[in-house]
Ligand binder design. Structure first.
Ligand code: HEM
Length: 499
């Protein structure tokens, strides 16, 4: 009897060791608990991923590894390691999420890889540029959107020289920047109050919030969630993804009816022309689902990130009124009040303080805090990185948020201080560690558009209005919430038109 108990104890001990075991040369990290992996640690170290990953880096260094259920996750922190990883071809893959498996579709740009991704990315970048991505021709379209936002704000003003009643910032901005993206894609704009577009954008926001990175249940126990769907919101997300895709498909169908192949109006037309050109090629990657996927990704990756950054910009201005005042003084003295600020003002470096403030907004907010997860290419073999093994089924997080808030790099990262991007002569300076759009092979495809949108919205709003926290209320928190993208908690401002 005693011998049986001892043998059972030994067997259990080895089973326990087996469950805790990590692959050979796996990066350092917390003890792997059986079944759940490190979900417990993630929760303990902070409700949001950017917080738990800061702690993970603090404890285990620049390349750390942990598990969510049985899935390995690698966290890469620090400029040198992030740079090295971002330029590695064999680490330029993307992981598969639970919804990819359920939907059985993987089109577009964000989650495709290899040759198909390269060809589609190259084509998309080239032709989005033709339609104004990052060019001054986009200025008038962006201004049209900004003026629509102005007229919404003006309605909430009570008098010429008085502060408005408190208004929720998220409501002021509405659907504004999506129209800029939609204009390039489909040559059309919607009214800011259009109910269909507003509903779609809410779907996009939900879909992004539901992406299963971090300690989500469907990532750790996909089989269990498939059996007990009420445990997860994945199905709700899939339904909303389908609705957004249907919206894009409808636009594509309308284009097919009215297209003139000799005179493309927008990106959809250009893509349809390329499809037609390659229709005899059985290996062509230019297909209807791929076009829908690109539209979906630009909608998803472009709207939420830019919107959140603009919301952050207003938060930082009410928390740092002295910065707001300096931006306004610079705009008044260089641009005046008779015209709106322009890309030219920024590109000729005539408004360096405003430019530096936009950079500081992007640094502090880092709205894609862990980047978009990378993976070994095709997820087909384990890969060596800085003396460690990255298992083939890993997700790789790039710790951008921590890099942008690292005291060793920035000195006082917790302070909102645009001067860190200016030299002694007041000229804008770059910092290698400032990479809100990622770098390397998979860096953000919409960077120039996003920079332009954020700059113009911010500068125009600052030129026209002063903003403050509601009188008598505590300052809003600047601690972001969210998952794959982050944003401020809803907060209110009072607005006054400047004269
Ligand atoms: C402030 C706004 C934005 C920020 C901070 C941002 C940031 C990022 C980051 C960090 C990545 C991942 C880089 C990597 O995997 O290494 C990314 C990827 C991407 N972004 Fe953005 N982004 C912004 C706006 C936009 C806009 C406006 C668009 C398009 C309309 C866009 C389209 C994309 C696409 C398609 C990818 C995937 C690229 C690929 O996998 O090849 N983004 N972005």
């Amino acid at each position: 009897m005693i011998v049986d108990l001892i043998l059972a104890g030994i067997a259990l001990y080895f089973l326990w060791l087996l469950l805790l075991a990590k692959p050979k040369s796996f990066p350092p990290g917390p003890v792997r608990f059986p079944v759940i992996g490190n979900i417990y640690h993630l929760r303990k170290w902070g409700p949001y991923l950017y917080q738990s990953m800061a702690e993970m880096k603090r404890r285990y260094g620049e390349v750390a590894g942990f598990f969510v259920g049985p899935n390995p996750i690698i966290l890469v922190s620090g400029l040198e390691a992030i740079k090295e990883l971002s330029f590695r071809e064999d680490l330029s893959g993307r992981p598969s999420f639970f919804h990819h498996k359920l939907e059985k579709v993987k089109n577009g740009l964000l989650f495709t890889m290899g040759e198909r991704w390269k060809e589609q990315r190259r084509f998309t970048l080239r032709h989005l540029r033709d339609f104004g991505f990052g060019k001054s021709s986009m200025e008038s379209i962006t201004i049209e959107e900004i003026e629509a936002v102005f007229s919404g704000i003006d309605k909430s003003l009570e008098g010429e020289n008085s502060w408005s009643k408190p208004i929720v910032v998220h409501d002021i901005l509405g659907t504004a920047n999506i129209n800029v993206i939609w204009h390039i894609l489909a040559g059309k704009r919607y009214s800011l109050t259009d109910p269909l577009l507003n509903q779609l954008l809410n779907y996009v926001k939900d879909v992004i919030a539901q992406v299963e990175i971090g300690g989500k249940l469907e990532m750790a126990f996909p089989k269990l969630v498939e059996l007990l769907p009420f445990l997860s919101n994945a199905w709700d997300s899939i339904e909303k993804r389908e609705k957004v895709r249907n919206f894009i498909k409808k636009a594509i169908d309308e284009h097919k009816i009215s297209i003139d192949y000799n005179s493309p109006r927008d990106f959809i037309d250009i893509y349809l022309a390329e499809m037609a050109r390659r229709k005899e090629d059985p290996d062509s990657t230019f297909t209807d689902p791929q076009l829908t996927g690109i539209g979906f990704d630009l909608f998803g990756a472009g709207y939420d990130t830019t919107f959140n950054t603009i919301v952050f910009s207003l938060l930082y201005m009410i928390l740092n009124p002295e910065v707001q005042k300096k931006v306004q003084e610079e705009l008044d003295s260089v641009v005046g009040r008779d015209r709106l600020p322009s890309f030219q003002d920024r590109d000729s470096h005539r408004i360096p303080y405003t430019e530096a403030t936009v950079m500081e907004i992007l640094r502090c907010s880092t709205v894609v805090p862990m980047s978009v997860p990378h993976a070994p290419l095709y997820c087909s073999k384990d890969i060596e990185f800085r003396g460690h093994i990255i298992p083939k089924n890993s997700q790789i997080f790039l710790n951008l948020y921590d890099l942008h808030h690292d005291p060793a790099v920035w000195g006082d990262p917790e302070n909102f201080r645009p001067e860190r991007f200016l030299n002694q002569d007041g000229k804008v300076i770059r910092n290698e560690a400032f990479i809100p759009f990622g770098i390397g092979k998979r860096s953000c495809l919409g960077e120039s558009l996003a920079r332009n949108n954020v700059f113009l919205f911010f500068a125009c709003l600052m030129q026209r209005y002063s903003m403050q926290k509601p009188d008598g209320e505590a300052p809003p928190s600047d601690e972001p919430v969210g998952n794959i993208t982050i944003m401020p908690k809803p907060f209110k401002v009072q607005v006054m038109k400047r004269h």
